[in-house]
Design a binder for this molecule. Structure first.
Ligand SMILES: Cc1cc2nc3c(=O)[nH]c(=O)nc-3n(C[C@H](O)[C@H](O)[C@H](O)COP(=O)(O)OP(=O)(O)OC[C@H]3O[C@@H](n4cnc5c(N)ncnc54)[C@H](O)[C@@H]3O)c2cc1C
Length: 376
């Protein structure tokens, strides 16, 4: 086996984007993804336009997926008080079902070797990784990218800090048909969580909420929780009463952790949620996943061309760049979530923003980056 192939573990947005970028640089890549495509994922499916120049450079024609174009935010508190504002940069709505599959097809066409297996073990000895899958496929490589998402069996194998703690968050998502404006992303607060609503391709409405386990566990199931907690916000009540579910049942994930993670662990460069998950209310996790893939692909390219001389320097540069681009966004996301989830604080914050509406775009900017440009 050629050890010069970069091994990417996980084929979500981060892993697939890194694969496409590395193939553009003619670097051989193996991507290991445990699931098949296409597949629905729990996600708000609103992507910041900051990815567009980078997608253009990678020749990823996202317009082919017929996304919606979103440039307005509607925000409401539990009591239904509402603010409408323009989004400074805007974004687009596309389902993960369509987008991940599109990128998978593109990475395959570009010559990325795909393995559909689950990685069970990563060992680093004598400057070489040995990656072992559930089917006992063994791959040796000089470089491994960790793109295995917010929570994986590999986090346990690596004994990462965040995985030791129970997380109080779960999330539920489904697609619906009904009426909702194409150009708006709604963010609606309820007791114990918040819900994002926006349109994706094919006129579908994506409704995705994050809820605290504490409030959820008191109710029998998600239908009762929706009726008794979420629909206390009258905006959400109106939306749910005027839409029809298009899935057999909503998708649920639990144990979502927003704890700090490290961008490099056991010499693996972590990208996307594997390096850190921003609170979904910021609507920036996907752009960050894509951006971190770019940073990793660039440093790997410099390492392979020996512009970066050692593994220690590679890891140091990647960590610096990751922190520079994302650390403050994650911090702001945690702060905003803390305010939003405390009714008294969120009411005070709402009143301040009503008096000074120019503050809202400023806050949004703090959780987002600038359009991703190409340095090489
Ligand atoms: C409720 C919620 C709403 C959100 N809404 C938005 C939003 O509106 N806008 C936004 O920008 N961001 C949003 N996000 C964040 C966004 O979903 C993530 O940041 C994004 O999916 C990160 O992509 P990723 O590639 O890092 O991870 P993922 O897309 O999760 O991909 C990880 C992949 O790794 C694979 N994998 C895991 N373990 C293994 C293994 N052992 N072997 C092989 N493969 C493995 C998985 O199958 C998966 O395909 C939201 C997040 C949540 C929780």
């Amino acid at each position: 086996m050629n050890e010069n192939k970069v091994v990417i573990i996980g084929g979500g947005l981060a892993g697939l984007t890194a694969a496409i970028h590395l193939r553009k640089l003619d670097i051989p890549v193996i991507l290991i993804e445990k699931n098949s495509y296409p597949k629905h994922k729990v996600c708000g499916e609103y992507i910041s336009n900051e990815v567009l120049p980078y997608f253009q450079w990678l020749n990823i024609a996202v317009e082919d997926l017929k996304p919606t174009h979103i440039n307005k935010l509607q925000f409401s508190t539990i009591s239904g008080k509402t603010i409408n504002t323009d989004l400074p940069l805007g974004g687009f709505g596309v389902s993960r079902y369509a987008l991940d599959y599109f990128l998978f097809q593109r990475a395959t066409a570009d010559g990325c070797e795909m393995i559909q297996e689950s990685v069970e073990n990563i060992n680093f000895t004598d400057d070489v990784f040995t990656v072992t899958t559930s089917k006992e496929t063994i791959i040796k490589s000089k470089i491994v990218l960790g793109a295995f998402g917010k929570r994986s069996n590999i986090d346990i194998q690596l004994n990462r800090n965040f995985i030791q703690k129970k997380s109080p968050w779960l999330a539920i998502k489904a697609h619906y048909e009904g009426n909702f404006p194409d150009d708006v992303v709604g963010l609606y607060n309820f007791n114990g969580g918040y819900c994002g609503v926006s349109k994706v391709e094919n006129n579908r409405i994506n409704i995705c909420y994050l809820a605290s386990y504490e409030t959820f566990k008191k109710h029998k199931d998600s239908a009762v929780y929706q009726r008794e907690v979420i629909e206390q916000n009258l905006h959400l009540k109106h939306i749910f009463q005027n839409t029809q579910l298009l899935f057999d049942k909503p998708l649920t994930i639990s144990q979502i952790s927003f704890e700090q993670k490290q961008p490099v662990e056991n010499h693996i460069l972590m990208i996307g949620d594997t390096a850190g998950l921003i609170h979904p209310l910021c609507g920036n996790g996907m752009a960050m996943a894509i951006h971190s893939a770019k940073i990793a692909a660039e440093v790997i390219n410099n390492f392979s061309k020996e512009k970066i001389k050692s593994r220690a320097t590679l890891e140091q540069i990647y960590t610096q760049q990751w922190n520079k681009n994302f650390k403050n966004r994650l911090r702001t996301g945690r702060l905003l979530a803390n305010i939003l989830l405390k009714p008294k604080l969120s009411n005070i914050a709402f009143r301040i923003v009503m008096i000074a509406p120019f503050l809202l775009p400023m806050i949004i900017k703090k959780t987002h980056g600038k359009p991703i440009t190409i340095s090489a």
